[in-house]
Design a protein around this ligand. Structure first.
Ligand code: SAH
Length: 365
């Protein structure tokens, strides 16, 4: 198990390390990220196509992992790059920095961003902090700590802006998950019969609890999915838009939007989809000469893919119907790196509700 040398950890930090950081200590996980071409193209272009913004600058890479962003920042001409990594992956990062002959520019530091001392203020902070649905993992908190502690006034965040985008779907995944749910309920009936016949014990009284458990897992947990454009059946809407230069942790911890989405086909509403975009535009005082986008929308091949929030039972919709409602995103109580999403919505036809408002709750685990 990778160890950090950033001093003693509290109980909650130890738990966080086991639950969250530990996988980042393995090369196979870093390799997965390094093989995500969409992600790599976005960051490589953002840094190398803006070499003029990096030349002669002091850069901080929050969560350097394998060291890739720090290495690109150095290649773009940075004067000094501080590359911070919580796990022992820092040792591999140091090896890669040396192998690429950048050891005079890149300083790799092992420890938590929040616990280390960076010896100077920086001009640019680069970080790949995005989790599923943008905010899963809550790593942006650490980046904002770094911003508030070390970024010079007017300094630039890479990425600089982010949005969470949602849309109503007729998702293929619904058929699959609803089928699995029905199969599980049937399997429980067979299991009850086996328990009675072979073991002489009645377990029928647990059926409703198994039903609830399977419903929560299969139909109320957000699912990772590679959606196609064809599954989107109405207008997209933004759950949030943020400027990474001034967003705060309380804002990230309780995100809300009202939405109105017009349906464009006669079909079934079986889910809502969610994904994110980020942009590298620099700061107002230090704008990027070449702004670069990185999208995880349906059709964009990144490891984030999209999140699907199933609507069960589905709703028949007509072209011109309107889905109106609100979305709320907050953090799970036990593990702040995981999320809850609540979607409340009403389907309107000719301006009148087709059925009472629905409230759907989901976990992003
Ligand atoms: N920058 C690399 C790795 C991104 S994954 C790349 O783009 O390929 C995020 C990395 O940040 C992980 O290696 C994780 O261990 C590290 N990390 C997350 N929170 C951190 C924190 N608070 N302090 C230091 N490292 C952190």
């Amino acid at each position: 198990m990778p160890e950090t040398h950033a001093g003693q950890k509290s109980k909650s930090e130890q738990l966080d390390f086991v639950n969250y950081f530990v996988s980042y200590g393995y090369l196979y996980h870093q390799k997965d990220m390094l093989q995500d071409q969409g992600r790599m193209d976005g960051y490589r272009n953002a840094i190398l196509m803006n070499a003029r913004s990096f030349a002669g600058k002091v850069v901080l890479d929050v969560g350097t992992g394998s060291g890739i962003l720090a290495i690109w920042a150095a290649k773009a001409g940075a004067k000094k790059v501080y590359a911070v990594e919580a796990t022992s992956m820092s040792q591999h990062a140091r090896r890669l920095v040396a192998q690429n002959n950048l050891q005079d520019v890149v300083v790799v530091l092992e420890g938590y961003m929040e616990k280390l001392e960076i010896p100077e203020k920086v001009d640019i902070i680069v970080s790949e902090w995005m989790g599923y649905f943008l905010l899963r993992e809550a790593m942006l908190d650490s980046v904002l700590y770094a911003r508030d502690t070390y970024l010079k006034p007017g300094g630039a965040m890479y990425p600089s802006h982010a949005q969470i985008i949602m849309a109503p779907l007729c998702a293929n995944l619904h058929t699959q998950r609803a089928g699995e749910y029905a199969d599980e309920l049937g399997a429980w009936a067979d299991f009850s019969e086996y328990m009675r016949a072979s073991n002489g014990v009645e377990i029928g009284g647990l059926a409703e609890y198994y039903d609830r458990e399977q419903f929560e897992y299969l139909l109320q947990t957000a699912h990772w999915c590679q959606l196609s454009q064809a599954e989107i059946i109405g207008d997209e809407f933004n759950l949030c838009e943020m400027d990474v230069h001034d967003v705060t942790v309380p804002q990230l911890s309780d995100v809300r939007c009202d939405f109105r989405s017009e349906i464009v086909a006669e079909t079934e509403l079986t889910a809502f989809g969610g994904w994110f975009d980020v942009q590298f535009k620099g700061s107002a005082a230090a704008p990027a000469g070449t702004p670069v986008p990185l999208s995880t929308a349906p059709g964009a091949p990144t490891h984030w893919a999209q999140q699907v929030f199933l609507v069960h039972p589905p709703l028949s919709v007509m072209e011109g119907d309107v889905v109106e409602g609100s979305v709320r995103l907050c953090r799970q109580k036990v593990n702040h790196r995981l999320l809850y999403v609540q979607v409340r919505f009403t389907l309107l036809r000719g301006g009148a509700p087709v059925e009472p408002e629905r409230t759907c709750n989901y976990r992003i685990d």
